[in-house]
Write a protein that binds this ligand. Structure first.
Ligand code: ARG
Length: 561
């Protein structure tokens, strides 16, 4: 229910160019009503003081079953709503609501979580994976068809180095046995050689050239490496509850680059600079977009651009979103511009969404190799911690391991999603497990509380009678919760528009807190039967919205904890 519109429609005198609905806000404290209209902006237009305007407007407000009373205080028109009438209608609307349909028939492709293969996934990948997954779910909530695309990094000299490493000091058997660990070892060792002796730089390049030329032996090694490393990545994605529809990566799209170059030539967009083929973007204050190196090989930008052409052919997307760290801003700006200059039909549907850094407090998890901690290490660390917490709290639950997994996933995912997308965050594992603060376990625990009340209720329910409801027992806490539930879908729409799931995470947390406040002032299962029924209806609506909210922020609901 759109309460702001409802109120605004009741004000019969209109002011030119003013839409009351845009100005009405929720009151900060309940003694000032539920909603208020500040009348200061009208002062200039009407040449009267705000308080007088508020008084004048107040006298024009139509009588309505939704409004209990109106007050004018210091230039504000305060509306006190009828809790009973509104609660009844809002809860019915939520409980009976069907899915949102505004995105129906529209296809959104989201490119996220794309790792460079043959390397460990590091903790930074958590951001793209979880924010990406959450965005997918938000689009799905509004009826869009979502395609989850993973543009795996399976192209480039790192593969030359790894194969060089295998040839110099390893074997494919070792790769099959030890998977990514072996690949990382070879990569690191080969890099060390390169630092000492230039000739290895050339060796890696030559091997990579052979991969491109599909040299029988080298290409089959490459294929195997990609296969092993991709299935390893897919396994890790699954640990986080993420799965993709399409894993075609850079090597796949590389085959379409020659056609792209031809097209760019036809359009007169290409020029040569130091042997490389570039698109000059100086008119747009950007460095040139390099499409082909002087040795004729493609670049990240040309592969991304050809991927967009193929993806548009395959999915006819209405929106194509790329989710990466901010460092790649320029890359996307450049090739989006080239797509625009090529007058690609879909150019205006391309969108880059970036996020800030994710790190751990120093020394928390030692990095196996490289600068950043490895993602599985973090996943395991958090899982162990979840198991300890569950043991310590002596929960009597049927499947502690399952619960620990769900709690640990929730802790990880919430640690990413609670922070505004663009901001950097440091993940404090200890705090994240507290049941008191604003944490994922607190939310999951709240959900189990609601479930348990509803279970108790349904055990005692007398089904033979017609159910009657009495909302007169709703106090402010109940109504605050009801209003929050009413705001949930519009808030999610805002999160979608801003491409920022942190807004959903905040709302879900607020709902949990509001429920716990309500729970301290209200005995849900006490009172007359119609009173209990009304309170249960609030909990049913809350459970429905929380389920939806948890799903959006990739937190699993628990029945017991
Ligand atoms: N593999 C890249 C990296 O690890 C991210 C790819 C993002 N997607 C894209 N279509 N460029 O930095």
């Amino acid at each position: 229910m759109n309460i702001k519109k409802l109120i605004s429609d009741l004000i019969t005198v209109k002011i030119e160019n003013i839409n009351y609905e845009d100005l009405i806000v929720e009151s900060i404290s309940s003694d000032k009503g539920d909603y208020c209209l500040p009348c200061f902006p009208f002062s200039k237009i009407l040449k009267k003081n705000p308080n007088q305007i508020a008084l004048d407007l107040a006298s024009t407000v139509k009588k309505s079953k939704y409004i209990e009373k109106i007050e004018v205080v210091q230039g504000y028109l305060n509306f006190f709503l009828n809790i009973q009438v509104l609660s009844k209608e809002i809860l019915a609307e939520i409980i009976d609501s069907k899915i949102q349909t505004e995105g129906q028939g529209k296809v959104v492709c989201i490119d996220y979580g794309s790792p460079n293969l043959a390397k460990y996934l590091h903790i930074g990948h958590l951001k793209t994976l979880i924010i990406g997954e959450s965005l997918c779910r938000l689009f799905e909530m509004f009826g869009y068809t979502v395609k989850r695309l993973n543009f795996v990094g399976d192209y480039g000299t790192p593969f030359g180095k790894i194969i060089g490493g295998i040839e110099l000091f390893g074997s494919m058997q070792e790769v099959e046995k030890r998977g990514n660990d072996a690949l990382q070892d070879y990569y690191v060792k080969f890099n060390q050689l390169e630092e000492k002796d230039e000739k290895y730089v050339q060796m890696a390049r030559d091997i990579f050239k052979k991969i491109e030329e599909k040299d029988e032996k080298i290409y089959s090694m490459y294929k195997k490496i990609v296969e092993i490393s991709l299935s390893d990545a897919i396994e890790k994605f699954k640990l986080l509850g993420v799965e993709f529809d399409d894993y075609r990566g850079e090597m796949y799209y590389n085959q379409f680059v020659p056609k792209l170059i031809e097209r760019l030539k036809e359009l007169g967009l290409l020029s040569t600079s130091q042997g490389a083929q570039i698109v000059d973007l100086s008119a747009y204050d950007m460095p040139p977009a390099i499409m082909l190196k002087s040795d004729g090989t493609s670049l990240y930008a040309s592969r991304d651009l050809s991927a967009s052409i193929v993806r548009y052919r395959d999915y006819e997307f209405d929106k194509m979103i790329y989710l990466t760290a901010v460092e790649q801003d320029l890359h996307f700006k450049q090739w989006f511009k080239v797509a625009e200059l090529m007058k690609m039909k879909y150019a205006s549907s391309l969108e880059h969404v970036s996020y800030g850094r994710f790190s751990l407090p120093d020394g928390k998890i030692s990095s196996r190799r490289g600068k950043q901690a490895v993602l599985v290490d973090l996943i395991e660390y958090v899982l162990t911690k979840a198991k300890e917490v569950i043991k310590d709290r002596k929960f009597e639950i049927e499947k502690p391991t399952e619960v620990a997994k769900k709690v640990s996933r929730a802790v990880l995912n919430y640690s990413v999603l609670k922070v505004e997308r663009g901001k950097d965050c440091v993940f404090d594992v200890e705090k994240a497990f507290s049941f008191e603060g604003e944490t994922a376990p607190y939310m999951q625990y709240t959900f189990t509380r609601i479930e348990s009340i509803l279970r108790k209720y349904s055990n005692n329910i007398n089904n033979s009678k017609n159910i009657e409801y009495d909302y007169s027992c709703f106090n402010t806490d109940a109504f605050v919760l009801t209003k929050m539930l009413n705001n949930f879908v519009p808030d999610c729409r805002q999160a979608l528009i801003k491409r920022d799931p942190s807004f959903v995470a905040k709302r879900v947390m607020e709902l949990c807190k509001a429920f716990n406040k309500f729970y301290t002032t209200t005995k849900v299962l006490e009172g007359t039967e119609p009173e209990i029924n009304a309170k249960i209806r609030l909990l049913i609506a809350l459970r429905k919205i929380l389920k939806q909210g948890f799903n959006l922020i990739c937190i699993e609901c628990l029945k017991e904890m």
